[in-house]
Design a protein around this ligand. Structure first.
Ligand code: UD1
Ligand code: CA
Length: 452
């Protein structure tokens, strides 16, 4: 039985932000969301988030069936924070204590920590820091057993030399917390109730401290300012890049790809530099993403190519599509196999069937386009009258001449042709030619004005 506490009441002054610290992102996801996701992975049946500063915003964002919020109105220390949750803990539970601003702890590390917890033992995650300043230090006796934690501000000069520090993360029986927390005192340098003091109480009760260490320091690093946030973001993106390469992706430069969500890839995908992937993105086999693309919540079919500087959001592409450069596919764009969308083309709620082309400088919105249609340069679907949206339907094999305006609602029949520069306001039947532009007049002998 596992209860998980997430301490997230602190103010985060050094972020200098109106947003509560734990809602700031790493990899596009709030810090505390990372922690809660990990808590679920390790099997936390009940997740209790201790909130204080910005409580409303945190509760609004993190509400979920397995999550409860406990308000710590005044932040009187980490021990005090855990104390607020005592009434909610199940008596037989093992309690894992995590921090809302420590986002990248691996579930495997926590599982090892939890495995060491029983009536005679509690778990403590420590790490050796090159610069341990500011952290609580781990005190051990001659046999090497952990006997206490001393906070930096309370430590003697001798103790400050200790490199092994408290990550803050621990796992302990609920019954032990029930017993020890009421005994905490705040007669220390910061006048706070330190959670760390339970280590000495455990020792006094004959409960051993089982220590685990993470594989990487970044796993236990917290975020207090924007520099630390940027550093962890970097670490996170490095991990993502490694995962992608391990999955068989060619990254032209692993330092210049950003994954802010989940990126699922097929075989032999190539991603060039400076691409950003947000939300859920799926790339099929052989997909090529050229430099400087942003792809949000989209699926891209096998062997499609997204050329440089394209922006895709909520788009679904089948196989062999050829997009961009400089294309913008907005939500509701659905492209069948072999569709070509060229430079400076914007699509929105556009369903385009196999083999059709919109190659240059067009806007296609609220439209369905059949197979093998050619939409000429500069074609605009006029889908909006300022209040309502209307649909444009274009049949198979239609040919839309350049610089046409299709004023919706309008249907262009299969096999029909629209002359260049037309403003189409009426339906065009199958196989018809529609020309809707003023006739050309040529005036002979006309003299251009000249400067005197
Ligand atoms: C704490 C540990 C220290 C450890 C360090 C690791 C204590 C006394 N010290 O120190 O040994 O090395 O973390 O980063 O535990 N919080 C609350 N309510 C409070 C106080 C804190 O929710 O009343 C939350 C904060 O939002 C933060 C976390 O607990 O996420 C840690 O608090 P902080 O004040 O930063 O503790 P440190 O002094 O860093
Ligand atoms: Ca801290």
């Amino acid at each position: 039985m596992l209860d998980i506490l997430v301490l997230a009441a602190g103010k985060g002054t050094r972020m200098r932000s109106d947003l509560p610290k734990v809602l700031h992102p790493i990899g596009g996801k709030a810090l505390v969301q990372h922690v809660v996701d990990t808590a679920r992975k390790v099997g936390g049946e009940q997740i209790l988030i201790i909130v204080g500063h910005g409580a409303e915003k945190v509760e609004e964002r993190m509400a979920a069936p397995d999550v409860k919020f406990v308000l710590q109105a005044q932040q009187l220390g980490t021990g005090h924070a855990v104390q607020q949750a005592l009434p909610q803990l199940r008596n037989d539970a093992t309690v894992l204590i995590l921090y809302g601003d420590v986002p990248l702890t691996r579930a495997e590390t926590l599982q090892k920590l939890i495995a060491g917890v029983n009536e005679k033992q509690m778990g403590l995650l420590t790490v050796n820091m090159p610069d341990p300043t500011e952290y609580g230090r781990i005190l051990r006796d001659n046999s090497g057993a952990v006997i206490a934690i001393v906070e930096h501000k309370d430590a003697s000069d001798e103790q400050k030399k200790i490199a092994e520090i408290n990550t803050g993360i621990m796992a302990v029986k609920a019954a032990h917390l029930q017993k020890w927390l009421p005994q905490l005192k705040n007669n220390n340098a910061q006048g706070e109730f330190y959670l760390t003091d339970i280590i000495a109480l455990a020792k006094a009760d004959g409960v051993a401290i089982h220590v685990e260490q993470p594989d990487a320091i970044e796993e236990v690093e917290g975020i207090n300012n924007r520099r630390q946030q940027a550093a962890l973001e970097c670490f996170y993106q490095k991990q993502k890049a490694n995962e992608l390469m391990d999955a068989g992706v060619t990254l032209l430069d692993p330092h210049r790809v950003d994954v802010r969500g989940s990126l699922t890839v097929g075989r032999d995908v190539i991603i060039d530099v400076n691409c950003v992937f947000e939300g859920d993105v799926v790339l099929g086999d052989g997909v090529v993403i050229e430099p400087n693309c942003i792809i949000i919540n989209s699926r891209i079919g096998n062997n499609s190519r997204i050329k440089a500087f394209s922006h895709l959001e909520d788009a679904e592409l089948a196989a062999n599509c050829d997009i961009g450069p400089y294309a913008r596919l907005r939500p509701g764009t659905q492209l069948a196999d072999d569709v070509k969308i060229g430079n400076f083309v914007e699509t929105k709620k556009a369903v385009i069937a196999k083999g059709s082309k919109v190659n240059h400088l067009s806007y296609i919105g609220d439209a369905t386009i059949g197979t093998k249609v050619n939409v000429g340069a500069g074609t605009i679907t006029c889908n909006y009258d300022g209040v309502n949206k209307f649909k444009t339907e274009i049949g198979d094999n239609a040919f839309i001449g350049s610089n046409s305006a299709l004023v919706a609602p309008v249907k262009i029949g299969a096999g029909s042709t629209v002359g260049a520069g037309s403003i189409i306001t009426k339906d065009v039947e199958e196989a018809e030619l529609a020309i809707a532009r003023s006739k050309q007049r040529n005036i002979q002998g006309w003299e251009r004005p000249t400067k005197k």
